[in-house]
Design a protein around this ligand. Structure first.
Ligand code: PGA
Length: 239
């Protein structure tokens, strides 16, 4: 069942999604939160930082990381998390889980990551952004869904979309590690946040289409508990 919540704009989207996360943590103080990076969640993290909730028992697990970037590189997701989430929200070091972008053996790192998530008892709430091409995490469109955390070759569209955080598309790493579709689908609850007209087409796919690996977000139609929070531009006049 997909529940859709409409926000007027980006700011309101941050408040609405932020409130969903706060409610989750009120219900379960030691929640395992699956977190996303990128432009869309920034408003959520800003909202949470203003509210100053007690997240001392929360464990955070990241969706993905670029391969080849160190945690000290300002373009890495590790750095993003430190800057916008872990430090402002005072998440303890022992409660921060993210794939290692500098790992020597990607396959081993993916296996280790899956085990770590399992050891935490799974994810209570997974926050997801949406790619213009319909990706979730870095699960790119393709002939089949990939189940577990894996190494992925980023699509030209994703590298172009993310070039705004780098100098140019060529500077965006070619590879990343991402939670797989099954890893995401095992989360007990999913919160998909979508902002802007560029995402309207991808969002449309889960509001009346079928499930296809060519538009990875459509897998969420099979999840029992999904909330989509989207702003007016992304909804494109719907709702
Ligand atoms: P964005 O990225 O929030 O920066 O638009 C979303 C995504 O690619 O998953």
């Amino acid at each position: 069942m997909v529940e859709i919540i409409r926000a007027e704009n980006y700011e309101e989207l941050g408040q609405i999604a932020g409130e969903q996360i706060l409610r989750q943590v009120e219900e379960k103080r030691d929640s395992v939160l699956g977190l996303a990076t990128g432009g869309t969640p920034r408003g959520i993290y800003r909202y949470l930082a203003e509210k100053k909730p007690d997240l001392s028992r929360v464990r955070t697990v990241n969706l993905d990381e670029y391969l080849g970037l160190s945690g000290g590189d300002p373009r890495s997701y590790h750095y993003y998390m430190k800057e916008y989430v872990w430090e402002p929200l005072e998440i303890g070091r022992e409660n921060r889980l993210i794939p290692d972008g500098l790992c020597q053996d990607a396959e081993e790192e993916c296996r280790r990551y899956e085990e770590q998530i399992r050891a935490l008892g799974g994810i209570d709430l997974q926050l997801l952004g949406l790619g213009e091409n319909g990706h979730i995490g870095f699960n790119e469109p393709g002939p089949a869904f990939v189940c577990d955390t894996h190494k992925v070759c980023l699509s030209p569209e994703t590298r172009a979309a993310n070039s705004r955080f780098f100098g140019s598309p060529e500077e965006v790493p070619r590879y990343a590690l991402t939670m797989g579709i099954r890893t995401i689908m095992r989360a007990r609850r999913i919160l998909l946040v979508v902002s802007g007209g560029k995402k309207a087409k991808a969002l449309q796919a889960i509001m009346g289409g079928g499930v296809t690996p060519q538009i990875p977000v459509t897998i969420l139609l099979l999840h029992p508990r999904v909330t989509v929070a989207a702003d007016a531009a992304a909804l494109g006049g719907k709702f």
